[in-house]
Write a protein that binds this ligand. Sequence first.
Ligand SMILES: *[C@@H]1O[C@H](CO)[C@@H](O)[C@H](O)[C@H]1NC(C)=O
Ligand SMILES: *[C@@H]1O[C@H](CO)[C@@H](O)[C@H](O)[C@H]1NC(C)=O
Ligand SMILES: *[C@@H]1O[C@H](CO)[C@@H](O)[C@H](O)[C@H]1NC(C)=O
Length: 193
Amino acid sequence: MPRLILAILIISMAATTPPAQAQPPTNWAKRLNPGGGPESITNLRFYFHDIPSGQNPSAVQIVKPATAGTSNNSFFGMVMMTDDALTVAADAGSKLVGRAQGMYTFASQSDLTVLMAMSFGFTDGPYNGSSLVVVGRNPILETDRELPVLGGTGRFRMARGYALVKTVSADANGNVVVYYNVTVYAPASGDDE
Ligand SMILES: *[C@@H]1O[C@H](CO)[C@@H](O)[C@H](O)[C@H]1NC(C)=O
Ligand SMILES: *[C@@H]1O[C@H](CO)[C@@H](O)[C@H](O)[C@H]1NC(C)=O
Ligand SMILES: *[C@@H]1O[C@H](CO)[C@@H](O)[C@H](O)[C@H]1NC(C)=O
């Protein structure tokens, strides 16, 4: 990304407030209705690390913005491919619980709004091997955003739900950490608790 535009992005993001309370690093996912019912309700909280810079970026540009080289700064048309780490705390070195693999594309001609199309694959505890599909519009400069959860696999087969997301930090190189608080409803399988 051009430096000036990145700087604008960072400054705007700095204005967002971090979540009032970071979650405890253990118990990142928990069943809200243990003990049964036809449906499981699960709350998952983790941090998403989108790292477009450095030696080993986890987000790479695969399509340039249609407005490349102009003063238009919405990046309309740009497509990024991700393999972003999901961890229990905002610290990138904290325990890894999954990866967000997919794309986000800059979908607005006038502001920084992306369309996310990602599979969040989990690798920890009872959710190891299960995944969630997150697809939707994400106006990345807004403090509080909501993304739809449209499906999943494993424990989250036939899932539906929503993710409440908030940017926690953004550095001068465009590396961003986003807090996810996800609530998922899925038909209970024999594997649940
Ligand atoms: C970017 O280009 C689009 C389409 O031409 C236009 O509608 C929009 O206002 C421009 N945005 C900026 C920030 O210049
Ligand atoms: C997750 O599952 C894979 C495949 O079954 C296994 O190799 C890995 O050790 C498991 N990881 C954890 C943290 O349970
Ligand atoms: C997570 O979101 C739910 C609403 O779905 C809210 O009740 C809860 O307080 C949030 N928890 C945290 C720790 O952000």
